[in-house]
Design a protein around this ligand. Structure first.
Ligand code: ZN
Length: 367
């Protein structure tokens, strides 16, 4: 992606720009906390109405929610979206071109220069894997290079302007939890303020007026509810059908060529087939047709941790291996039965754009 970063430097690549919106959001959150705790809870509920325990309870609730939000935020930035481990080039040169001295060279140097191709991988129309020049690595399925962070991100979702970081495989659960708790926070503030508004208005003997800070806070939380609520619901749906924001966006870019290709090893005849897909078909690649299986692929197997906003469900240990599945570990995308059936049907119907034998598949036949 060298040409992209040198030709046109995108705004989010500047650190100052990445910080603007997060600072504004943090400022508004602080302001809302002050309005809620000081103006509403202390001045009105505690001092004027004398409902001390209610005031303290509401204050504690608000502060706890804000602390949870800031805690998730820090974790999202610190843990990051995840970094795709480096993948060596795949051995795909046809058998007759396979020179035995390249193998000899590898063994004599003691370092491996290439690896056997996985059963299924994203590729170009000729069947070659997608290469990232910046990272000097093959891009695994669903990986996308982030020019903001400067590395390849597994299951890249989107760059979040509000939070100021990229959302990917590793911090996705935190992102969904952030949206959920933000929504809960906004609703908590609106409901508790609204329930005291009539009393505040009635307590003014002559002109009914409400502290403008409280009104501004209500307005901001109303906006937050309208923005973050649908966002949370949309991402819940994306997880249920196993899609990323990037895959959704690709279907909406009608002006650009958004076709994708998959290279698949057919165990029956030992041949690799290359299939072409339109963006609308490609967004269903990873859908396992079972809502719970899909949700677990994003949120992890531990149901309790779906709700506890702490840490990540990706535990990556650097294996001493050149096997693609082992190198990728938890970042590997699982090919579901639905996709496998679809590809088998396409082979039977002759609906593929290329077919070839890969050098690295020679050992595949036995297992
Ligand atoms: Zn990259």
């Amino acid at each position: 992606m060298g040409f992209l970063s040198t030709g046109s430097v995108r705004l989010e690549e500047h650190l100052w720009f990445r910080c603007i919106t997060p600072v504004v959001v943090l400022g508004l959150l602080t302001n809302a906390t002050w309005s809620f705790c000081h103006q509403l809870c202390y001045n009105a509920i505690y001092r004027k109405f004398g409902q001390r325990s209610v005031a303290i309870g509401l204050m504690v609730g608000e502060v706890v929610l804000v602390l949870i939000l800031i805690g998730i935020w820090f974790q999202m930035v610190l843990i990051g979206p995840g970094k795709q481990p480096k993948l060596l080039p795949f051995k795909i040169m046809p058998e007759d071109e396979s020179d035995t001295d390249s193998e000899a060279k590898e063994s004599s140097q003691g370092t491996q220069m290439s690896t056997n191709p996985p059963r299924i991988y994203q590729c170009d129309p000729q069947g070659y894997p997608i290469w990232c020049t910046a990272c000097q690595s093959i891009k695994a399925n669903r990986t996308h290079h982030s020019s903001t962070l400067g590395y390849c991100i597994p299951r890249f979702d989107h760059y979040c302007v509000w939070i100021g970081t990229v959302v990917g495989r590793k911090n996705y659960r935190l992102f969904v939890q952030f949206a959920f708790y933000f929504w809960a926070f906004a609703i908590f503030v609106i409901v508790s303020t609204a329930s005291f508004l009539p009393k505040i208005i009635r307590s003014q003997p002559h002109v009914p007026r409400v502290n403008p800070n409280i009104l501004i806070m209500m307005g901001l939380c109303g906006m937050a509810t309208l923005m973050v609520g649908p966002l949370f619901l949309a991402h819940t749906y994306y997880m249920m059908v196993n899609r990323t924001s990037l895959e959704i966006i690709a279907t909406k870019r009608r002006s650009r060529a958004t076709n994708t290709w998959l290279c698949y090893y057919n165990a029956v005849d030992g041949i690799r087939y290359v299939f072409e897909f339109k963006a609308l078909e490609a967004q269903d690649f990873w859908n396992k047709r079972n809502i719970w299986t899909n949700l677990k692929e994003f949120l992890g197997d531990n149901y309790l941790m779906w709700f506890i906003p702490f840490g990540t469900n990706i535990k990556y240990s650097h294996p001493h291996s050149s096997d693609v599945a082992e190198v990728l570990g938890p970042y590997q995308e699982k090919c579901g039965e639905r996709l496998r059936d679809e590809l088998q049907h396409r082979i039977e119907a002759g609906n593929y754009v290329a077919a070839f034998k890969a050098f690295g598949d020679r050992s595949m036949g036995e297992n």
